[in-house]
Design a protein around this ligand. Structure first.
Ligand SMILES: Nc1ncnc2c1ncn2[C@@H]1O[C@H](COP(=O)(O)OP(=O)(O)OP(=O)(O)O)[C@@H](O)[C@H]1O
Length: 280
């Protein structure tokens, strides 16, 4: 049975202690295969929305349906299983285990899925191959560049083939060339059918995404594009050596980014790290 939407939020509100109304009635549907940016000023509710989509927290009211499952009807254990099967998370911080190879970092992400060890390692190697790191399986994080470390984190997020990848400021800690490497990986995953939502403060990355959802004061105030068209080029790829295919195809370029906002790690980041067995 096919699922009509990968993400379906209906009338979602979130009120935090102290009567902080972080979300004030959000309706959002994301179809399979979309690539969308969630943008908005600091404090507008983006991370809270990511919490809802990532099933890291429950709404105060409204309905959250992820990959066809109504979150309200699931126990914490079932939610955890849903996250393991349907969601991949990438954050600004890479959250890789130090002193552990890229292969083991990625394989570890599959531990909680119940996949047998040998298959975990095979899937991890395949995921690293997908992000262009097939030649770096034995490298430990300190032996990898920032862009490579983030690609390991992306490989870990997609090794279980989740239908939905949530990326919160995935290039926020990277320079423009390394950011371009990561974006080109996201573009390839999108082209292969993964649904991707990117929270970003970076206007160029937002423009690069085929759909942009703008949040302000806990509400969606703009929703442009269909999310399905392949993005052209990769922002900030000037000087990147990782994107040879993109260089060769001559597709439209976008000028280099000028440093995206780097902020403190979000709550979702910490919560998701807990879910997968905190390595921080
Ligand atoms: N656990 C919490 N308890 C109380 N208030 C909270 C909590 N988490 C967030 N808020 C408040 O809810 C509102 C929305 O916060 P949220 O983190 O979702 O915004 P954001 O758009 O992600 O901001 P940023 O871009 O700075 O990360 C803000 O007013 C914030 O102070």
């Amino acid at each position: 049975m096919s699922v009509p939407y990968v993400v379906e939020l209906r009338g979602v509100t979130k009120v935090y202690a102290g009567d902080v109304q972080a979300l004030r009635g959000v309706d959002l549907t994301v179809a399979g295969g979309e690539l969308l940016a969630i943008v908005g000023p600091s404090g507008s509710g983006k991370s809270t929305m990511l919490h809802m989509i990532g099933t890291l927290d429950r709404p105060t009211s409204g309905t959250v349906r992820i990959d066809g499952f109504d979150v309200a009807g699931l126990s914490d254990r079932e939610l955890s299983a849903l996250r393991g099967r349907s969601l991949g998370f990438v954050f600004q911080q890479f959250h890789l285990a130090p002193g552990v190879s890229a292969l083991d970092n990625v394989a570890e992400g599959l531990l909680y899925t119940g996949t047998p060890r040998r298959e975990r390692r095979e899937r991890a190697a395949a995921a690293l191959e997908r992000v262009g790191l097939g030649h770096r399986l034995a490298h430990k994080p300190h032996q990898l560049s920032g862009g490579e470390q983030q690609r390991v984190a992306v490989a870990r997020a997609v090794a279980g083939d989740p239908p939905l990848l949530l990326a919160d400021e995935p290039t926020g800690n990277l320079d423009s060339a390394a950011g371009a490497e990561v974006l080109s990986v996201l573009r390839d995953l999108h082209a292969a059918g993964t649904t991707i939502a990117v929270i970003t403060h970076d206007a160029e990355i937002a423009e690069w995404c085929p759909r942009r959802v703008r949040v302000r004061d806990g509400r969606i105030v703009d929703d442009a594009g269909n999310g399905a068209d392949p993005p052209a080029g990769v922002p900030g790829r000037a000087g990147s050596t990782a994107d040879a295919a993109d260089q060769a195809d001559g597709s439209a370029d976008v000028p280099g980014r000028t440093g995206s906002a780097a902020d403190v790690p979000g709550r979702a980041e910490r919560a998701a790290a807990d879910i997968t067995g905190s390595r921080t």
